[in-house]
Design a binder for this molecule. Structure first.
Ligand SMILES: *[C@@H]1O[C@H](CO)[C@@H](O)[C@H](O)[C@H]1NC(C)=O
Ligand SMILES: *[C@@H]1O[C@H](CO)[C@@H](O)[C@H](O)[C@H]1NC(C)=O
Ligand SMILES: *[C@@H]1O[C@H](CO)[C@@H](O)[C@H](O)[C@H]1NC(C)=O
Ligand SMILES: *[C@@H]1O[C@H](CO)[C@@H](O)[C@H](O)[C@H]1NC(C)=O
Ligand SMILES: *[C@@H]1O[C@H](CO)[C@@H](O)[C@H](O)[C@H]1NC(C)=O
Ligand SMILES: *[C@@H]1O[C@H](CO)[C@@H](O)[C@H](O)[C@H]1NC(C)=O
Ligand SMILES: *[C@@H]1O[C@H](CO)[C@@H](O)[C@H](O)[C@H]1NC(C)=O
Ligand SMILES: *[C@@H]1O[C@H](CO)[C@@H](O)[C@H](O)[C@H]1NC(C)=O
Length: 900
């Protein structure tokens, strides 16, 4: 019923009006090949016809709303035109025309044409070779839209810019047609990594350890590195994460060669442009060179560097033009010969590879010496020689003790050695803090002569027992010669020092000599005259009487014609503790002295004159080389009073420019000591410091001064001690006057001497004799004898370590007189006899002009005389029994005063 009603209505309507078009068609699904449309149905009586341009038409009748229609087999990316008719019965609407596009295809492929650190250039073919499409590129939240090609090109090119180096990028590329986007085409690629910024090398001859920081990048990608050099390639994947460092160790390189390197950073299939750098391998030097020294040659040898044959070597000697070349396979030794002994030579040794030379190793060495070629001067206490090519000397005895000293000015000068000892003298050269032994030599010092040589009767008048005391020092053997007999007695501390000589004639005088030996070295010979026991003579009473008569006649003649000759004492002298090497100078027994003195004084001192004249040439042949050296010349107050080399006092030479010279000599004393006194000149302004240095170094504790600083307006001696009680510095020595006591004829002082370097302090006594008036003579001998007594008392009561220093102005006249007086008075005291001439002779062997004038010589005798008879001479009265003597001696004393 209802259907029939609707049909009637429709027929009425259609007859009444046009059939309407569908106007609202929407696309519900769009693919590359299909389009699905949809629209609302207005009247269920309608059906529809869809015409597609160039395709079959579709008839659609549906009672459902909305209507869905799928158009298939379309081409992608194409624009189609559709017409939709509404059909009712046989009637049809006018038709609704509309167009739609299908989804375009995606690109087939994308090629990456170029890549740099910041850009990637892409290229692809136009889709469908159509110019209607554009393209969109998306990567990392960025999008490039509407990329299109020139209509003439078949490909699209696009450069992606502002990228980060060494990073992987993921891209999606879309094709766009009429606002319809294709599905995306995905691909990825990478940018070029950056170069390493800097390489730090550690290298030696053959190896390099190269190190650099990893190349940073935004993704923290880990790169590989490749190092290329000289046709070789090496991957360095030695990545130390904690330090962000890469190290690359390359070895087996050539020394001294400049290598060119390129270091690439690698990421995926891409490497950086490459970092270029140069590095030169080092060329090491030899450092261990062996030198074999001889007197005239230096043999130089060394080992191959790194035990490798590739190195060549060049050896140079300073001052020599030509160089010596060695290839690696040579014997690496060269000997420089014909060199001068004791000379220093400098060398350089270079390593060479392919004409590259190392910096060079420099070294020095010195040729050795022949000790036997030097002229050694050996005394009983010293060893001296002029040498070259050494800077240091040692002398050692068998127990290893001895002396050492630096060698200044090519002079070896060893003092205070032990008499008779054998020393190994070694010369050294200081070369760069090393002491090189130049040569060694064995020397034996001259032994001291035996002392106290004496005889006793033996074998009932037909022999003598000779005895002696051993001197200080080493003596192995003593040779005693009596007449034609010679005895060698080796040293034995248990056996008495005695030789018994038999088979002599009775009542005969024999000369007995004794020489001590240390090895082959002999001392000076001591001799005495001994008589065999006259009691052994069986010549009988007759001979005895004849002798008496002869003696009587002798005595008669002596009394009658007494002359100087008579002072030769009838009794030959016995050996004395005052050195007496020459029997010409006699010892006078105490009880014979007044008589002897009178004899000598006769005829205006004829005896003294002759004896004194006799002494004038003693010792003068000895050299005084040191005193005449240019640097020492000015240290002498008088040109004719120079210190003999053999006995002069040597100062130590610690500082640059020190000289060991001082005008002073050691003097023998009583007994065996060779160095009991030092006779010195009065200091000059320039030698005051030297004088104190001598006092210190020789450990003197007594200075005897027998002059005033100024006499008759002339300076006799520099004022060398502080006038007041303020300390004064002399060189390193600080001298303080502690006390000063003035007496009529002398002044006594006490000094404190402090060594500023060591702070050691010593006391030195100063005995100053002031009683030589400006004009005239001393009133007598008594003051000087008393003065000497004071000194002797002090020396004996103290443990004086060093010699007593005695000086006046020149240090020979008054000085000699005072030393002689001191020694002779000791002899007189101990032996009851004196040998004045013998001792003066002895002193003159040590220093020239000792006891400078005849008047001083006479004065010395006078002193002995006055000591023997002190009570006879009243103190105040002038003076001696013999009135002649007074005048003679007054003149003598005046002269004496002038001389000193
Ligand atoms: C990047 O591009 C190069 C050059 O076209 C190509 O050889 C390489 O395979 C590409 N890399 C990737 C990951 O596609
Ligand atoms: C694409 O869409 C935009 C806005 O969405 C419009 O303005 C433009 O006309 C459209 N282009 C085409 C060819 O339909
Ligand atoms: C150089 O250095 C390397 C590594 O430190 C070492 O093995 C080699 O012995 C050295 N070569 C020389 C000649 O010093
Ligand atoms: C790279 O490393 C740094 C430090 O280790 C870190 O702060 C950063 O987040 C890392 N970046 C990426 C992309 O992983
Ligand atoms: C010396 O140089 C040549 C050429 O540059 C090279 O072939 C050779 O290996 C080098 N030799 C050494 C030891 O460096
Ligand atoms: C580094 O080299 C190794 C081995 O050749 C390789 O497996 C790796 O992928 C490389 N890494 C980079 C970042 O190129
Ligand atoms: C000199 O040569 C000696 C070996 O004769 C050696 O002991 C010394 O070290 C060398 N001195 C120097 C400075 O090379
Ligand atoms: C070493 O010297 C020889 C001869 O002069 C030369 O032929 C050679 O090439 C040199 N070797 C080196 C490594 O320089």
């Amino acid at each position: 019923m209802k259907g029939a009603l609707t049909l009637i209505l429709l027929c009425v309507l259609s007859a009444w009006a046009q059939i309407p078009d569908v106007t609202d068609v929407s696309v519900t699904c769009r693919t590359e090949n299909e389009l699905t449309f949809q629209w609302e149905v207005e009247n269920s009586s309608y059906s529809y016809t869809l015409k597609t341009h160039g395709k079959d038409e579709l008839n659609i009748s549906s009672s459902e709303t909305p209507v869905k229609v799928q158009v298939t087999s379309l081409s992608p990316g194409t624009k189609y035109i559709f017409t939709l008719y509404t059909v009712f019965g046989n009637a049809m609407s006018n038709g609704h025309i509309f167009s739609e596009v299908t989804v375009p295809s995606a690109v087939d492929s994308v090629s990456v044409i170029t890549r740099s650190e910041t850009e990637i250039k892409l290229q692809w073919n136009k889709v469908n070779n159509s110019n209607d499409y554009s393209y969109n590129l998306k990567y990392r939240n960025k999008e490039h839209t509407s990329i299109s090609a020139l209509p003439t090109d078949s490909t699209v090119e696009h450069t992606v810019e502002s990228l980060s180096a060494g990073t992987e990028y993921f891209f999606t590329l879309y094709t766009v047609f009429e606002n319809v986007t294709s599905r995306g085409y995905n691909f990825s690629n990478v940018t070029m990594p950056s170069n390493v910024e800097n390489v730090m090398p550690k290298l030696n001859d053959t190896d390099m350890i190269l190190q650099w920081n990893v190349v940073p990048n935004i993704d923290n990608n880990t790169y590989n590195y490749t190092l290329e050099y000289k046709d070789e390639k090496r991957d360095c994947i030695n990545y130390i994460a904690e330090r962000n460092e890469v190290t690359c160790h390359i070895s087996d390189l050539n020394p001294g060669t400049n290598y060119s390197f390129t270091l690439y950073t690698e990421f995926a299939d891409l490497r950086s442009t490459g970092f270029n750098f140069y590095q030169i391998t080092t060329l090491s030097d030899i450092t261990g060179v062996t030198v074999k020294r001889s007197q005239t040659s230096l043999k130089i040898s060394w080992l191959k560097l790194n035990n490798n044959d590739i190195y060549n070597y060049t050896l140079q000697r300073l001052g020599e033009e030509s160089e010596k070349h060695f290839t690696g396979s040579d014997t690496l030794t060269y000997t420089y010969s014909s060199l001068t002994p004791g000379t220093e030579h400098s060398f350089s040794l270079f390593t060479e590879v392919n004409n590259t030379r190392s910096k060079g190793y420099s070294f020095k060495n010195v040729t050795s010496l022949d000790c036997a070629s030097f002229n050694w001067k050996v005394t009983n206490s010293s060893i001296e020689a002029a040498v070259n090519g050494c800077t240091y000397v040692t002398a050692q005895n068998s127990t290893g003790s001895g002396k050492n000293d630096t060698v200044d000015g090519n002079m070896v000068n060893l003092q205070d050695l032990y008499p008779g000892e054998s020393y190994t003298v070694s010369l050294f050269y200081d070369l760069e803090s090393e002491k090189l032994l130049q040569c060694s030599h064995r020397l034996t010092l001259v032994p001291n002569s035996v002392s106290h040589l004496r005889c006793k009767h033996h074998s009932g008048g037909y022999g003598l027992a000779v005895t002696w005391d051993y001197p200080n020092g080493v003596v192995n053997m003593v040779q005693v010669v009596v007449g034609k007999q010679s005895f060698n007695q080796s040293y034995n501390s248990e056996k008495p020092q005695q030789v018994e000589v038999k088979g002599l004639q009775a009542a005969q005088w024999y000369t007995v000599t004794a020489t001590s030996f240390s090895g082959d070295t002999r001392s000076q010979t001591v001799s005495i005259n001994c008589q065999t026991d006259p009691a052994g003579v069986i010549a009988g009473v007759l001979v005895f009487f004849i002798l008496i008569i002869i003696i009587c006649i002798g005595v008669f003649v002596w009394h009658r014609y007494g002359s100087a000759k008579h002072n030769k004492m009838p009794k030959p002298p016995v050996e004395s503790k005052v050195p007496n090497k020459n029997n010409k100078y006699v010892q006078i027994p105490l009880d014979k002295f007044p008589e002897y003195f009178q004899n000598m004084s006769r005829d205006e001192n004829k005896g003294f004159s002759e004896e004194y004249e006799d002494l004038s040439s003693v010792g003068k042949e000895q050299p005084s080389m040191a005193a005449l050296l240019p640097e020492n010349k000015d240290k002498n107050r008088f040109t004719n009073v120079l210190a003999y080399d053999s006995s002069r006092v040597h100062l130590s030479t610690n500082d640059e420019g020190d000289s060991d010279y001082i005008n002073a000599n050691y003097m023998p004393g009583y007994g065996n000591a060779n160095r009991q006194y030092i006779a010195a000149q009065g200091p000059l302004p320039s030698t005051v410091n030297d004088f104190w240095r001598m006092v210190w170094e020789k450990r003197s504790q007594v200075i005897v001064m027998v002059t005033n600083c100024t006499e008759s307006g002339r300076v006799k001696c520099e004022q060398y001690w502080p006038l007041d009680f303020m300390p004064r510095l002399y060189g390193h020595l600080l001298v303080t006057k502690k006390s000063e006591d003035t007496f009529p004829s002398w002044t006594l002082r006490e000094f404190n001497v402090k060594n500023k370097t060591t702070s050691e302090t010593r006391t030195v006594r100063h005995f100053h004799f002031t009683a030589w008036p400006d004009h005239g003579v001393p009133t007598g001998t008594e003051e000087l004898i008393q003065f000497r007594g004071l000194i002797r008392q002090h020396i004996e009561s103290s443990f004086s370590a060093g010699p007593t220093i005695v000086h006046c102005s020149a240090g020979v006249g008054r000085t000699g007189t005072l030393i002689a007086l001191d020694v002779l008075l000791q002899q007189l005291d101990k032996e009851k006899e004196v040998g004045i001439s013998a001792f003066v002779q002895q002193m003159r062997l040590s220093r020239p002009l000792m006891v400078q004038t005849e008047s001083q010589y006479v004065f010395l005798h006078q002193c002995i005389m006055d000591t023997l008879q002190p009570k006879v001479v009243p103190k105040s009265e002038p003076l001696y029994e013999n009135t002649d003597m007074i005048y003679v001696n007054a003149i003598a004393l005046r002269e004496y005063e002038k001389q000193c």
